[in-house]
Unconditional design. Structure first.
Lengths: 113, 114
């Protein structure tokens, strides 16, 4: 069965600092990987996705993620965070057709001035 | 206008009541999904539908039922609500016609069962 682990429940970073959110997955074949963001009181917005090809994917809002098959990881990064990045971030893994999209438990990001 | 809408956005109900959450989409997608979100548990799949005639149970379907009235509409019912069904419920859609199938989410319905 596929699974996703986000080991950090809550992360606090200073505005302007760099950010890395961790995501590890378990899946038997080549996974489809996603990062979603949920701002307070909002639904989920897709940040970026990986299906194949270049292992470094660029997303919206200046985010990027790198697929590392050897480490079963898909970590999300941003070089300089803004106060508006405060939100909850979810990593998800899907199979072909994505009828089985499995989410991690989320990482809540707090930005301090 | 939003591509995926959910009504109501907030709902308070009492134990034992039957309630329905509705989802509509204008994306023209065949596939629709219902998830619930609980703090510390992420999102869990309740039901999914690949088309009007194809409905499947997800990870946590007990206590829920669904109806796919049309391609654009997918409703979730709680036949007899209980307090541990208090959660944030999301509807999502996807298009199997694309090689890179992605799920798009509605804004969510916050449900409180007293």
């Amino acid at each position: 069965a596929q699974s996703v682990t986000q080991p950090d429940i809550h992360i606090t970073v200073s505005e302007g600092a760099s950010l890395e959110l961790r995501c590890n997955y378990s899946y038997g074949a080549t996974p489809y990987l996603f990062w979603y963001v949920q701002s307070p009181g909002q639904g989920l917005q897709l940040l970026l996705k990986y299906f194949s090809g270049d292992t470094l994917v660029q997303g919206i809002k200046g985010f990027e993620a790198e697929f590392k098959r050897s480490q079963s990881s898909f970590n999300l990064r941003k070089p300089s965070v803004h106060w508006s990045d405060a939100a909850e971030y979810f990593c998800a893994v899907g199979n072909f057709g994505n009828e089985k999209l499995t989410f991690g438990t989320g990482t809540r990001l707090t930005i301090i001035p | 206008d939003a591509d995926v809408t959910q009504t109501p956005r907030n709902r308070i109900t009492k134990t034992g009541k039957r309630i329905m959450l509705e989802c509509s989409q204008t994306k023209g997608h065949d596939r629709m999904y219902w998830y619930r979100q609980d703090p510390g548990l992420g999102l869990r799949l309740i039901y999914y539908s690949f088309d009007v005639k194809d409905i499947n149970k997800g990870e946590i379907s007990d206590g829920y039922s669904v109806s796919r009235q049309a391609q654009a509409k997918f409703s979730l019912s709680l036949e007899s609500a209980i307090p541990n069904q208090t959660a944030l419920y999301f509807c999502a859609t996807s298009d199997p016609g694309t090689a890179e199938e992605t799920q798009y989410f509605g804004p969510g319905t916050r449900l409180l069962v007293l």
